[in-house]
Design a protein around this ligand. Structure first.
Ligand SMILES: Cc1cc2nc3c(=O)[nH]c(=O)nc-3n(C[C@H](O)[C@H](O)[C@H](O)COP(=O)(O)OP(=O)(O)OC[C@H]3O[C@@H](n4cnc5c(N)ncnc54)[C@H](O)[C@@H]3O)c2cc1C
Length: 500
């Protein structure tokens, strides 16, 4: 309590100023916590940081879940954010001959949104810093945490010294190599699984095209309202549009495949054979320069449980559930973590000014965090598994006849579902409820995951598995009926022929 008698806010420390950390800080500060963010890297708004980000400018697809989460924490920020994205309404499949085929994501024209990672992060950081009660310390890397004493040791990288920071509540949003997760493992019996997939990824830049008239604006070399995919069974290339009319392309391939590309000739030959229409758009010189300069990175999936410790720490975003990027859900899921936790903290009546005597726990906060671990785990595991399943779909299944038949059947059954529900219809109830979880009628998996933030990942996956069995049975029955009719037809023809 302050000398004037008004209660002082408790202190939350958020580790990591990535998108999830920024949104978590906004959520806590709006509830009344005093929030300090510690970020190991320099300020991303500095020109030197921007130059470094140019080297690795992964762009992201943000969809309804991520948007619903930002909307729940700060509706005005969500509106500002939407003005900076490029909508993508479907996949554009490029075959080996360079033909393109559009596959819309949704019958109601809903899509996903492309945004530069650095752009998104800067945007959310700006929003966070505009909220009273939030401070950020760049180049401050958390090294160790003593959760029982509620203190952490932070390295001030610029000043070259260590500082001791105390906290009431610690939120780890420090990415897939999280120090907070590792420190939690010392005090929590955490089940933990980390899996690398045998594929790496490498980024390439497709430049903007020339203006259509002298002095005009540059143009896109491909349709900007699609996510472009060149599926080649064991590997693939994808391209997402940027605001400056360029595309960020990413090659995903097995490590052994990349290893074979050990000379300029081999790289150009491989590109010419597999992505003949992309090569001239990227340009041979630019392709080789990117191949030599840009890092090849590994992809992994992380599952953990629980995500919290007593009333004082929780991990969110990639630190709790890094996933392979093939469903475009990693960030969406991390932002959703913040929305779900925000609701649980409010539901439990956590008071950001409540002071607990030394050694005692805040029962409301402890309850909210244990409910978070207990209820969120199933969804986070489902999200990781959906992402893994989608890798096969993106690089291989989309090219097969069986897939297209099942997809057509899936869409046909969906069209019989008379109730059209779009992401906009379900966003308002999500301000107070984690999920609604009672979807009706037939819903394709992609629709549930991407456009229905009211349906949890685990419900979507369970429902999909049930629907898949029905599709499988229907496909076999149709095949059986077709074969039966064929046999009957041939028999009839033979009889007629014999009589003639
Ligand atoms: C190739 C690729 C494509 C992707 N595409 C998509 C997509 O289309 N859609 C989607 O939703 N997701 C996508 N993702 C996933 C998405 O990038 C992540 O899920 C998201 O960035 C996680 O955000 P975060 O805030 O949890 O972690 P991060 O963005 O990793 O931020 C963590 C922050 O913590 C800081 N930090 C780390 N350690 C410390 C420390 N000790 N002390 C202080 N600070 C620290 C880091 O510097 C960093 O700023 C993709 C991922 C990859 C690899």
């Amino acid at each position: 309590m302050s000398s004037s008698g008004c209660k002082l806010p408790r202190k939350a420390v958020v580790v990591g100023a990535g998108p999830v950390g920024c949104l978590a800080a906004m959520s806590l500060a709006r509830m009344g916590w005093s929030v300090d963010i510690y970020e190991g890297r320099p300020d991303m708004r500095l020109p030197s940081s921007k130059a470094a980000a140019q080297q690795r400018s992964i762009n992201l697809a943000i969809s309804a879940r991520g948007l619903a989460a930002i909307q729940a924490i700060d509706p005005a920020a969500a509106d500002r954010f939407l003005s900076t994205v490029i909508p993508m309404r479907g996949r554009m499949i490029h075959d080996a001959q360079g033909h393109q085929q559009s596959q819309p994501y949704d019958r109601d024209g809903q899509g996903i949104n492309s945004i530069g990672r650095a752009y998104l992060n800067e945007d959310l950081l700006g929003e966070a810093l505009a909220v009273p009660g939030i401070r950020v310390f760049f180049q401050h890397k958390v090294v160790t945490v003593d959760f029982d004493r509620k203190t952490m040791n932070v390295r001030d990288v610029e000043g070259g010294k260590d500082v001791n920071v105390s906290f009431d509540f610690c939120v780890g949003a420090d990415g897939s190599y999280s120090i907070i997760r590792r420190q939690l493992m010392r005090v929590v019996r955490m089940d933990y699984q980390q899996e690398y997939i045998p594929h790496d990824y490498l980024e390439l830049k497709m430049p903007a095209g020339p203006p259509t008239e002298p002095g005009g604006d540059p143009t896109f070399l491909l349709d900007p309202n699609h996510l472009h995919i060149w599926p080649r069974h064991t590997f693939m290339l994808i391209a997402l549009p940027n605001k400056d009319k360029t595309f960020t392309c990413t090659v995903f391939a097995p490590t052994a495949e990349f290893d074979r590309l050990n000379s300029d000739e081999a790289i150009l030959r491989w590109f010419q054979a597999n992505f003949p229409d992309a090569l001239p758009l990227i340009g041979q010189e630019a392709l080789l320069a990117d191949f030599h300069r840009n890092p090849r990175s590994a992809l992994m999936s992380i599952k953990a449980k629980p995500y919290h410790y007593k009333d004082r720490a929780v991990i969110l975003g990639d630190s709790a559930h890094a996933m392979v990027p093939f469903y475009g859900q990693g960030l969406n899921c991390g932002l959703e973590d913040v929305r779900v936790l925000d609701i649980l903290l409010r539901d439990a009546g956590v008071d950001p000014t409540a002071q607990t005597p030394d050694g005692q726990e805040d029962p409301q906060l402890a309850h909210a965090l244990s409910t978070y671990s207990a209820t969120r785990h199933e969804d986070l595991v489902a999200a990781c598994e959906l992402a893994m399943d989608n890798y096969v779909e993106m690089r291989h299944s989309v090219t097969t006849l069986g897939y297209r038949f099942r997809k057509a059947l899936d869409n046909l059954l969906y069209s019989l579902n008379r109730k059209h529900v779009t992401a906009k219809d379900v966003t308002a109830p999500l301000l107070d409820k984690p999920f609604i979880n009672s979807p009706s009628g037939w819903l394709p998996l992609y629709t549930m995951v991407t456009f229905r933030p009211d349906i949890s990942y685990s419900t979507a996956r369970r429902r999909f598995l049930r629907q898949s069995q029905i599709l499988e049975t229907t496909a076999w029955l149709s095949a059986g009926v077709a074969v039966g009719m064929g046999i009957a037809g041939v028999t009839l023809l033979r009889r007629l022929y014999a009589r003639a």
